[in-house]
Design a protein around this ligand. Structure first.
Ligand code: NDP
Length: 256
């Protein structure tokens, strides 16, 4: 292991790797020496990031188990067995609970929670067969508290912590750790979409809506996606092997 490239030779697979937090994680893990596989539904953003990190761009819908299986085979063909699995793909929607449809509930749960389950299941044979394997879930402050108008999203993200903690306990004696990062509002396309939704629902301008969302973080600023990526990188380092079963907030003090 080279000091400047502590992840030399390791294969990091990142779901939702074409944008936002996933793309930022790809850059830092690649700079640390990892080989990168990027999965997502839209190929263009994946290819754009892949060209910067010499990674593999692989189309995948995590709501479809066969799509995950196929994508993981492509990733193995490109970069070998998976050592580091970043479970990041996610979607958000808003609706008052009394108008929340079963369809919206199913959409959110099938990507954010069942998609995470299927993703980890697909990677598990590799992860249990390598040294210092890592699973890092990108959860949310919505994993720790309720979110008005987003019961489905909060339920999916609470569920991720149950999955993460159970796996960490079950595999504590293995060479794999399983952790979750719980960000506050981050400066990514997902937050841009939330701003647009709040603006539409409340009739306020986009500037007002953005500052309302920004102020949901106690710091009064959005979290930089690179800061989340930096925590992903830290959890992937060999010296982090005893951080296991942790849900780490990075939210500017919101959950303090
Ligand atoms: P983005 O919208 O930029 O990232 C979400 C990524 O997930 C996209 O690249 C998207 O690509 C991918 N994705 C969505 N649905 C699927 C699917 N069915 N199959 C495969 N990939 C999918 O926003 P963020 O970077 O902010 O989001 C990353 C994670 O961080 C999410 O899990 C989100 O819940 C979480 N998070 C975000 C916060 C924020 O404030 N932004 C706060 C807390 C947590 P494509 O559409 O091409 O499939």
């Amino acid at each position: 292991m080279h000091a400047d490239h502590p992840l030399d030779g390791r294969h990091a697979l990142i779901t939702g790797g074409g944008t936002g937090i996933g793309a930022a994680a790809a850059e830092l893990l690649s700079a640390a020496g990892a080989k990168i596989s990027l999965l997502g539904r839209r190929i263009e953003p994946l290819q754009e990031v892949a060209s910067r990190v010499a990674g593999a761009a692989i189309r995948c819908d995590v709501a479809v188990p066969e799509s995950i299986q196929k994508a993981f085979e492509e990733a193995r063909a490109a970069n070998g067995p998976i050592d580091l699995l970043i479970v990041n793909a996610g979607i958000a929607e808003s609706a008052p609970f009394h108008r929340m449809t079963r369809g919206a509930w199913d959409r959110i749960i099938s990507v954010n929670l069942t998609g995470a389950f299927d993703t980890v299941q697909a990677g598990l044979p590799d992860l249990l067969n390598t040294e210092d394997a890592r699973v890092v879930f990108i959860a949310s402050v919505a994993s720790l508290r309720g979110v008005p108008y987003a019961a489905h999203y909060a339920a999916s993200k609470h569920g991720l912590l149950g999955l993460m903690r159970s796996m960490a306990a079950e595999y504590a004696k293995s060479k794999m750790t399983v952790n979750a990062i719980c960000p506050g509002y981050v400066d990514t396309p997902m937050t841009d979409q939330s701003v647009a939704r709040v603006s539409q629902i409340t009739g306020r301008g986009e500037g007002d809506a953005r500052s309302a969302i920004t102020n949901m973080n106690a710091s009064g600023r959005l979290v930089d996606p690179k800061a989340i990526a930096n925590l992903v990188l830290t959890l992937c380092l060999p010296l982090s092997r005893d951080i296991n079963g942790a849900a780490i907030t990075i939210d500017g003090g919101t959950s303090a």
